[in-house]
Write a protein that binds this ligand. Sequence first.
Ligand code: ATP
Length: 234
Amino acid sequence: MKLSVSNLNSHYGPAHILFDIGLEVGEGEVVALLGRNGAGKSTTFRSIVGLVALREGQILFEGKDISTAPTHEIVRSGLGYVPEERRIFTDLTVEENLEVGRQKPRPGAPQWTREKLYKLFPNLGEMKNRPGGRMSGGEQQMLTIARTLMGNPSLVLLDEPSEGLSPKIVEQMVDAILTMKKEGVSLVVSEQNLHFAKLISDRAYIIERGRICFAGTMAELDARPDIRDAHLSI
Ligand SMILES: Nc1ncnc2c1ncn2[C@@H]1O[C@H](COP(=O)(O)OP(=O)(O)OP(=O)(O)O)[C@@H](O)[C@H]1O
């Protein structure tokens, strides 16, 4: 198992947000974490990478217990995280933003170069010298993902990659995610957009009010419109 989360409970101050979350990601799998606004998707990701101070439970990454490890150590061990808000450096160019993300090649994980990333995101290749602040939201989203890949992660947590993107950019995002998978990156993708999730994922979990209420293949989810209607806004 690439990533295995069990009995994860997280709190923001006095507020109990996540309840006994369990999820697993196999080698090379793309898993969707579906749920409405405020269901707990971002908090799950933030907990996995150690950004929520009050968390309990077990998180194994490549068999290693990272439940209490600090964020920088988790990221350096090959677990990439792309937050929902695009944190690019607006004064730095595309190329410079990518360099910021560079880490050493990692045995067992695909290795990325700028050239390879420009193939993955052709838009970025066409604006190598453009400052990040002068890019569209979709382009910034791609740059954030590309910068994370410069760290040669073996697994990436992608928080709502399709949010706010035009249909054309969404198509490119689907292609990019499928290419990442083909290269051997495992992914957990949080989404509210079921259509997008179906195009990229092998399996899905649905989270509602901090609890996992469905786990299964995309085909199993397709066969349960009642679950879809109860827990997702489509
Ligand atoms: N820093 C915080 N302090 C207190 N409560 C928070 C904080 N961040 C999120 N929450 C609460 O935790 C719950 C889960 O939020 P979370 O952001 O994980 O949901 P989400 O599924 O990612 O939704 P979204 O798509 O809106 O990000 C919500 O009720 C939210 O109000």
